[in-house]
Every structure is written in C-alpha cells, then in structure tokens.
Design a protein around this ligand. Structure first.
Ligand SMILES: Nc1ncnc2c1ncn2[C@@H]1O[C@H](COP(=O)(O)OP(=O)(O)O)[C@@H](O)[C@H]1O
Ligand SMILES: O=C(CO)[C@@H](O)[C@H](O)COP(=O)(O)O
Length: 499
C-alpha cells in the first residue's frame, strides 16, 4: 500500500494525517500550541513552535506506523492563512509571527486605502484591506519596529515557513499569496504597483509555485528527527481554506463548505476571476490551478467556543463540556451570543466590536450559555450564507468540516440555521485531507484533483433541516443581526478599558 502525509498547520494545533491510496486515514496525530496574546487585539505564535510540534507529531506518527516507510511517497501542507513570518537575509526569523486574527493594524488598513484607493485595491487584489491580511502587518512592523524591518529581506506565510524548514527552499504558493494583498489575484503575479506604493521591492516577495508542485525533498536532518526517508517528495500545499475545499471536494461551481476551526468559513467555488462582490466576501485563488473561491469569515468561531470552555470548564473535554446542549431547546431559552470576542470580519469588518450575551435570565445554566455560544457562532456564519444567497447562489447543501464538525448537535444546528442539508465527511480534517490529496495528485496517483476527490472523499452522515427549528431560528437570526448595531457604540466606549 502507498501513502501520503497531509500536515495541517492550524491555529490551535498541527494535525497530521497519514492517508493510504484508498483515501483512508490510517494514522492521525495532533499537537497543540498556544496563542501569544500580549494585549487586546494582538495574536502571535512562535514559528519555532510550529516546527517543533510538527517534528514531534511526525515522529510519533512514524513510530505508530507498522508499514514500510518506503511506501510513504509524499507530503504536503495546509496552513492558517495571512500570518506574517519575517525573515532576515539568512532566512532567520526576526520576530514572532503576527497571525490572521491579530487586529492591531486598523491604522495601516486606512493607510492602504489612502495610498492605493479602495477601488484600485479591489481591482488588483480582489479584496478589501482587512486587519488580518499580511500587507497591513508588514506596514505595522515597518512603522513600529523599524530596527526589525531594516533587517527583513523576505517574508513567508506559516505553512510556507514550515515547508522551508523541511526542504531548505523558500517559496510561496498562489492560494496563500492571495491573502497577502500583494498579489494580483486574476493575473497570478505579485503586484509591482502595490509593492512600489509601499516602498517594497519585488525581491521582498518569494517565488510563486502551484499548490501541487513538487518543490523539494525532505532534508537529511528532518528525516533523522522524524523517521521519514530523506528524499521523501514535498509538494507545496495550500491555504487552509483552499485545502479544506479540496478535502471536501469543492472543485466545481455550485458546491459550498462550512469550516469551523478557530475561525469559521462559508466558502463557495468560483471558476471565474472577474466577478465583483464589492469586497463583501474574500475572493482568492484556489489550490486547484486556475480556479478561485469566495468566502465569508467569522473571526472567532471555534475560538469563541474554546475561549468559553477554557474560561468556564477548563478541565473538561469538549464532549463533556457540550454534554447538556442537546437538552436545551433551539434559542437557548432566550439567550443570545455574538462571537465578536476578537472583532469580526464578515459582514462587519470591525476590529473594535466585542461579543455579548443578551437576555441572561436567572433560570439559565451553563448548558444554556454553551448552546447560545454554538448558536451565535452559527448565526454569524449564516450572515455569510445570506450574502451568497442574495448574490444569486443556491445554497441547499453544505459540506461541514473542522473541529466544529465533531459535534452532532452542532451539525444539526447548522442544518436548522442555514436551512440546508449538512453533509459530514468520514474525516472532519478537511484541510489535512486536502493537503494529502495535493501530495497524492503531485505524486501522480490521479490525473486530476477532481478524480482524486472522487476516490478519496466519503460522506458519512447527512443532517436535514428540522422545519420547527428553522422557523424558530429565522426569528432569532433577525434579533441576532440587531445586536451588532445595538452594541457598537457601547463597545466603542468600552475600548479604553481594554488591556
Ligand atoms: N469535540 C468537539 N466538539 C465541538 N467543537 C470542537 C470539538 N473539538 C474541537 N472543537 C472546536 O474546533 C476548534 C478547533 O478546530 P480545528 O479545525 O482543529 O482548528 P484550527 O485549524 O484553527 O486549529 C476548537 O477551537 C473548538 O472550538
Ligand atoms: O484568516 C482566515 C481566512 O481568511 C482564517 O480562516 C485562517 O486561515 C485560520 O484558519 P483556521 O485556523 O480557523 O483553520
């Protein structure tokens, strides 16, 4: 039997899948790492931790593997998007990575609009200036840490840095480069116009490769540390949402995905690169050559739930913590939650808004709060679904992936709130599976990613909307939508008290 490895460098953990030629996950290892939050709005990680945890995880995976290591043909990567890893001329990391959910860069986003203009930025990059994207982070370091920036010679995104440490080759692939605000998304090349506008040279950007490209071999040192064979083929990989889409078979028009990881994403495949969504949704290059996708993003989806659990039930596993939520009726007995704990992206690009519980009643127990958190996250994702539906898309069936897809009650809730059929796959690890598929396709196991998807992806369960709940949630959703406007001014006033 032949195998490939898919590594998903997520925000909460690195998840490693060993996948066989039938698309079955033979072994799975996960190693978590923390966020470094020095102050409100900041979110960083140490890139060395990604390398250490991936090395440890691969070594553990190889230890459990009872086959012949020669049969592991290739490895590829999926990674949290947008995070800035600044490197000096010797490719040494200059500071902690500033992550996608770090919102310190509102001023730099305003600067981008004033220098390039919103319309032109949308024409070139297809996306608005959002705090989470990479260019604002580069400008923040330039302005606030000039002594660090002076030494910067290039930059990478999280999984591209990890891959560099495994192969010694510096590259970035299109699906992740699309989230930097430096790529001309339709022309698939670095935008010299935008680089020049901010005093950045073309050499600052790494060479671009395709997601399925063979980009190098595993170094002897990495082979020694993990048990993999030196020379195992390495394929570039993709942004976690592009890989999630590949791993869910979102490879043709009309298919949609819901991913609940630390962030939450509603994603739709696009063949064309010339549509105009006026910046309401993100519009990026797919991991499939010459394809695209659009998506709406909830900044703190799974992260709202893990924050709630860590704060009010740290010792418990998710299964235990969420044990009572199915006893609580739809609507959590009048308790509403907005998941804006680190700000929001879609539909409110607002780094200052914060979350709320509205309607707390003396009868509410922890299980009501827990269900309200799940409902609030799902309402936020429904705002993205509404944008897609109002642009003319039909969304009646959605593949659900990510850590959030582990919970049955949450999957049924997605069906009820989205009023669509929800499909759960044999593995909820969509991005890791997508990375494995890129390696399988890169190794030549299949003539196309679509054929690989047909062989690898299996729906394990479907959830149909329950009409009684659909009606309840429709009413609650319009109340939920009001909470943003009703709490905006209050949150602005509270800003000075945040640490
Ligand atoms: N058993 C579970 N039930 C419900 N949600 C879960 C469960 N396990 C993890 N999660 C959620 O999934 C999130 C992590 O998902 P994952 O896809 O691994 O994220 P990332 O790629 O950002 O690291 C957690 O923040 C948590 O909210
Ligand atoms: O910022 C985005 C997409 O624009 C996030 O979706 C990140 O890519 C992080 O993903 P997860 O860790 O939640 O998978």
């Amino acid at each position: 039997m032949k195998y490939v490895i898919g590594v998903d460098l997520g925000t909460s953990a690195v998840k490693i899948l060993l996948v066989n030629q039938n698309g079955e996950v033979s072994r799975e290892v996960s190693k978590s790492y923390p966020l470094i939050i020095e102050r409100s709005g900041y979110s960083e990680q140490n890139p060395e931790e990604w390398v250490d945890k991936t090395t440890e995880g691969l070594a553990e995976l190889l230890e459990q593997f009872d086959g012949d290591v020669n049969e592991i043909e290739g490895i590829s990567f999926s990674g949290q998007m947008h995070g800035l890893v600044l490197l000096d001329e010797n490719h040494k990391v200059l500071r902690n990575a500033i992550l996608w959910n770090d919102t310190r860069t509102t001023k730099q986003c305003e600067e981008i609009y004033s220098v390039v203009g919103r319309e032109r930025l949308l024409e070139v990059t297809k996306n608005p200036a959002l705090e989470g994207f990479t260019l604002p982070k580069i400008l923040w370091v330039k302005e606030n840490e000039p002594q660090v920036f002076e030494r910067a010679s290039t930059f990478l995104l999280p999984k591209d840095y990890l891959r560099y440490r495994i192969t010694g080759e510096v590259q970035m692939e299109y699906s992740d480069a699309a989230g930097t605000l430096l790529l001309n998304v339709a022309e698939r090349q670095w935008s010299l116009e935008i680089l020049k506008a901010f005093g950045l040279s073309a050499e600052f950007c790494p060479p671009l490769v395709e997601s399925h490209d063979f980009v190098g071999n595993i170094s002897s040192e990495f082979a020694k540390e993990t048990g993999l064979l030196e020379g195992t083929k390495v394929f570039a990989g993709g942004a976690d949402n592009a890989c999630g889409a590949i791993g869910s078979g979102i490879l043709s028009e009309g298919k949609s995905m819901c991913s609940i990881g630390s962030s939450g994403v509603i994603l739709s495949y696009e063949e064309r690169n010339d549509l105009d969504f006026a910046g309401k949704v993100h519009y990026f290059n797919h991991g499939e050559e010459n394809a695209y996708y659009t998506m709406g993003v909830t900044l703190a989806a799974g992260y709202s739930l893990s924050w709630f659990k860590d704060t009010f039930g740290q010792q418990e596993e998710f299964e235990q913590f969420l044990g009572g939520v199915n006893e609580v009726p739809a609507g959590s007995n009048g308790l509403l939650f907005t998941p804006y704990i680190v700000g929001e992206r879609t539909p409110h690009a607002d780094s200052a808004i914060r979350g709320s519980f509205v309607g707390i009643d003396a009868s509410h127990e922890r299980k009501h709060f827990a269900r309200a958190v799940l409902e609030g996250i799902t309402f936020s994702l429904n705002e993205s679904i509404e944008i897609f539906r109002s642009s003319g898309k039909t969304i009646d069936s959605i593949i659900s992936i990510g850590g959030g897809a582990k919970n049955e009650t949450w999957l049924q809730m997605q069906a009820d709130i989205f009023n669509a059929k929800i499909e759960k796959l044999a593995s909820e690890q969509g991005p890791g599976m997508g990375a494995a598929m890129l390696a399988a396709y890169g190794c030549g196991w299949f003539p196309s990613l679509k054929e690989c998807a047909e062989a690898f992806i299996r729906v394990s369960k479907t959830y149909e909307p329950i009409q009684e709940n659909v009606v309840q949630y429709k009413k609650l959703f319009s109340i939920y939508q009001n909470v943003y406007t009703q709490t905006k001014t209050l949150n602005d006033q509270l800003r000075e008290f945040r640490k």
